[in-house]
Write a protein that binds this ligand. Structure first.
Ligand code: NAD
Length: 496
């Protein structure tokens, strides 16, 4: 099989090679995973949890190995690699603490009080497929595999062909933690093998761009398998005039430029009330100008490389197009070929036209545009004027005012007094509306999505009491007695 050569985009150095997975190999891996899953499904929660607890500790103990691998294929700065590991650990901690309760059978009301009762069970799908993006290659693969495995599934991961090494490391760490190697397979390759994977799994959790997400949804629909889509965003920030501007500016710089802006929830557009616009814009430009950009394997820089030169060129072209149509550069806006082939400076723009590509489409790079608005209502209307609806950030003086703005914003999540906090609030479902996705990760739904619901309704009356009840209605008067009982039923609180 052909191999995929992985280079560090910051240095150009060869970081490793992986073998592409063939169709035949994929089919073989899927059947081995299915065979292994049968015993795993029957394993106790303690047994499954032990593996994930060990994975948690092992990944933290071997942090340097994790950081080196992530950095070697993304060129990101070490702090952004650290963020991946912190999220993986947080996901493991959260589901180890709460997962058993989420998965426990739930007692439900029966069809007829007293003589029936019902139970809702959550059963694993069987084989779960994860298809993931390159921007957080360790986190997206390992953190999404954790609840899927804890729920009793086997997992096949198709990582991005740009970043195959972190997923392979994730598998190695799981196996070192005691996981049966057949419960987690990594399928290497591009779109074609991703598409083929959908034909072998019982559920697909996709993280990537909106265009690909639609194709994945169609492929899943053809097989009638459930799926979730975590897609792109054009995430707005709203800054009202009473907001603490220094803090908002510092949060924006983190929200727009961490991971070189290649975060699904990155802030890309900011609506600022006019009286504080100039002051806020200066604060942001000053903070952005201090960001230390480059390649380093220690924690001494703030922003690393973008994923590859083609993506850096696309982002630079969008910046140049915006400038050609009248945007003003407050900071950055230059490609830094002196640092490597995929570095773009943290860029702050104003006077961006509302129809410019950079104002409308997800840029997925270190660029943010600032827009003055006359009123809070205008800020909300512009924030909502997007095909996307992933995340937003709100800064206002009082918490009541911020909450009321948050509730009017059309996104799956809103952070108040923060830009990116939502991703590590593990108890909150995380995902998008509109073209930003379907389904949620994190929270109770983040593990229940990896299960099928089975409803069990049980009658205590032997001889089919419930089924015989209707059969016993053979006259007007019997029907009327029954309807009287049905009417009464709503009025007896204990029986409703
Ligand atoms: P992408 O859509 O190009 O690729 C994502 C994955 O899908 C890759 O593994 C790719 O090989 C695979 N793929 C491509 N075509 C396929 C097909 N037809 N069938 C099956 N699989 C296919 O995305 P990308 O460029 O790797 O990642 C960037 C995008 O991911 C951005 O839009 C970003 O916002 C999004 N993202 C979203 C979240 C979220 O949680 N909402 C998180 C991270 C990234």
């Amino acid at each position: 099989m052909p191999t995929i050569e992985v280079r560090n985009p910051a240095t150009g150095r060869l970081s490793g090679e992986v073998e592409s997975t063939s169709s035949e190999q994929l089919a073989g891996l899927a059947s081995r995973a299915r065979a292994a899953q049968k015993a795993w499904q029957k394993a106790s929660w303690e047994e499954r949890g032990r593996v994930v607890a060990r994975l948690h500790d092992l990944a933290l103990d071997q942090s340097a190995r994790v950081f080196d691998t992530i950095q070697s294929e993304t060129g990101k700065c070490r702090r952004d690699a650290l963020a991946e590991l912190v999220t993986v650990a947080g996901t493991a901690r959260y589901y180890l603490t709460h997962g058993e309760r989420f998965l426990a059978p739930q007692r439900k009301r029966g069809a007829i009080p007293l003589i029936t009762h019902s139970v809702l069970d959550h059963r694993p799908h069987g084989l779960v497929g994860l298809i993931t993006a390159w921007n957080y290659p360790f986190m997206l693969t390992v953190a999404d595999a954790i609840p899927a495995l804890l729920a009793g599934n086997a997992v096949m991961i198709k990582p991005s062909e740009s970043t195959p090494l972190s997923a392979a490391l994730g598998k190695a760490l799981f196996v070192e933690s005691g996981l049966d190697p057949d419960l987690l397979h990594i399928v290497q390759g591009g779109p074609q093998i991703g598409n083929e994977l959908i034909r072998h799994v019982d559920y697909v959790a996709f993280t990537g761009g909106t265009v690909t997400g639609r194709k994945v949804a169609i492929a899943a629909a053809e097989r009638l398998i459930p799926f979730s889509l975590e897609l792109g965003g054009k995430n707005p920030m709203v800054v009202l005039k009473e907001a603490p501007l220094e803090q908002a500016a510092a949060a924006l710089v983190a929200g727009a430029f961490s991971n070189a802006g290649q975060t699904c929830i990155s802030i890309e557009r900011v609506y600022v009330e006019a009286p504080v616009f100039d002051r806020f814009a200066k604060l942001v430009a000053d903070c952005a100008g201090k960001i230390r950009v480059g390649w380093s394997e220690s924690f001494d820089l703030d922003m690393g490389s973008m994923i590859h030169s083609a993506h850096a060129a696309k982002v630079q072209e969008r910046i140049d197009a915006a400038v050609r149509s009248g945007a003003t550069v407050l900071s950055g806006a230059r490609r830094r070929s002196d640092l490597g082939e995929a570095f773009v400076e943290p860029t702050v723009l104003t006077h961006v036209g509302p129809k410019d590509e950079i104002a409308v489409e997800e840029t997925f790079g270190p660029v943010v545009s600032l827009h003055p608005v006359k009123t809070r209502e205008e800020a909300i209307a512009l924030a909502n004027d997007s095909l996307y609806g992933l995340n937003a950030s709100v800064w206002a003086g009082g918490s009541e005012s911020a909450m009321s703005v948050a509730r009017e914003i059309e996104t799956g999540s809103v952070a108040i007094n923060s830009a990116l906090m939502i991703y590590n609030a593990f108890d909150l479902p995380m995902g998008g509306i509109k073209s930003s996705g379907i389904g949620r990760r994190h929270g109770e739904r983040g593990i229940l999505r990896y299960t099928q619901e089975q409803s069990i309704a049980r009658s205590f009356a032997l001889g089919g009491g419930y089924d015989r009840m209707l059969a016993g209605v053979r006259s007007e008067s019997a029907a009327s007695r029954m309807l009287k009982f049905v009417k009464l039923w709503r009025r007896i609180p204990g029986l409703r």
